[in-house]
Write a protein that binds this ligand. Structure first.
Ligand SMILES: *Cc1c(COP(=O)(O)O)cnc(C)c1O
Length: 374
């Protein structure tokens, strides 16, 4: 589903503004300079469609892309034939031939991965361009500092067995600049990168790219900022919104004071109400935690340009919004309610649902008709 779907056959529509993605990339590029600005397009470009998004980024000048899995590299390769593509999840056992076929580079995160890749490059007589990931304090992926030193010795003696193209690490708390772990990770990364003279280094995600030149090194790796999410919640968002999600109003109904709305009868109406029933639910990416109850206000949507609160739980395919305050002449069956975009930033919906913009974007389902602008 997605782009080819007729809007009349779906519950709603997703519009992705590719010119906003490009403008966000250019802003980030300016902040990165003189470092290179790469683009993280994992998880289908944070749910927005890796093919069109990578093509737009490539047109804007992106030449290095990061994805999570080889299958995602394949989608980017089609849109950006000459790009360098790194696979962040590294090298799964036996996956080297697929990576070579796609022309993607693994981000090697363990000694076992390094051995397997080196053996593959040797057997195939390939240069085997790859990155290595050093764990500087997150305890997710990457070589320990001890392993790093051991690999650096092999690099220095010319016996690594493949072409090392990038040394990278990842910050655990980049969105919180004052967190003490940032300084510790930065110091560890400087020490690690210094052991690979002449090899480009990369540490910064979106938040670190925007926050401090210390973190930028040779290559920055923004993701969420490209898609309009605010990487540093304590600061105003300098990026352009990219996504609009709209759901069709299936019906408008009146309900009386004291009646309840939706599953679990979780919300009781305090007075007579007019409700717009929207054809969007958690299967479309309006996560259930964004619903409303007597004890907790949920997300707002925009109907006829006005904010309207959700009422009751979000169902799989449906949600209800309170439109009692709107002039009835302004809302009709078949109109669209905006759930995201047009003044409802992704970070606001995330906050109402107790999560982060990343999760909201990546949960948007391909069930809605998708269109691309710009
Ligand atoms: C996802 C990811 C990024 C991008 O992070 P954002 O916060 O979205 O900018 C960068 N580097 C690595 C290793 C990642 O996993």
């Amino acid at each position: 589903m997605g782009t080819d779907v007729n809007e009349l056959e779906t519950g709603g529509r997703l519009t992705v503004d590719l010119s906003a993605v490009q403008s966000n990339f250019r802003l980030l590029q300016t902040r990165c300079a003189p470092a290179e600005c790469a683009a993280v397009v994992k998880a289908d470009a944070y749910g927005l469609g890796a093919g069109p998004v990578a093509a737009a980024l490539h047109e804007a000048g992106a030449r290095t892309f990061f994805v999570a899995h080889p299958v995602e590299a394949r989608a980017v390769r089609t849109s950006a034939p000459d790009a360098v593509i790194y696979v962040l999840s590294g090298l799964a056992p036996g996956a080297a031939p697929a990576l070579a076929e796609i022309g993607a580079r693994p981000v090697l995160g363990s000694v076992a991965e390094i051995e397997e890749w080196a053996a593959f490059a040797k057997a195939r007589n390939l240069p085997g361009h790859a990155a290595i990931h050093i764990d500087t304090g997150m305890n997710r992926l990457g070589l320990t500092m001890e392993e790093c030193t051991h690999i650096a010795d092999r690099f220095a003696s010319g016996s690594l067995g493949f072409e090392l193209a990038l040394v990278m690490s990842h910050l655990a708390c980049a969105d919180e600049l004052s967190h003490p772990l940032n300084a510790r990770q930065l110091a560890a990364f400087r020490q690690a990168a210094a052991q690979f003279p002449g090899i480009p280094a990369s540490l910064a995600n979106s938040a670190a790219t925007l926050q401090g030149s210390d973190f930028r090194f040779d290559l920055c790796r923004p993701g969420i900022a490209l898609y309009g999410g605010n990487p540093v919640p304590s600061e105003p968002n300098p990026l352009r919104p990219v996504v609009r999600v709209e759901a069709r109003i299936v019906q408008i109904r009146e309900a009386a004071k004291g009646e309840t709305v939706g599953y679990g009868a979780a919300q009781t109406l305090a007075g007579p109400a007019r409700l717009a029933i929207l054809s969007i639910g958690y299967a479309d990416g309006l996560i259930r935690a964004g619903g409303s109850s007597d004890s907790r206000r949920g997300a707002d949507v925009l109907i006829a340009g006005e904010r309207c609160p959700l009422v009751g739980r979000v169902s799989m395919d449906l949600a209800a919004a309170d439109i009692s305050h709107l002039d009835p002449a302004r809302v009709a069956r078949g109109d669209f309610a905006t759930v995201l975009g047009d003044g409802l930033p992704v970070d606001e919906l995330a906050k109402a649902a107790g999560t982060i913009g990343y999760e909201i974007l990546t949960r948007i389902s391909p069930r809605f008709a998708r269109s691309y602008r710009g």
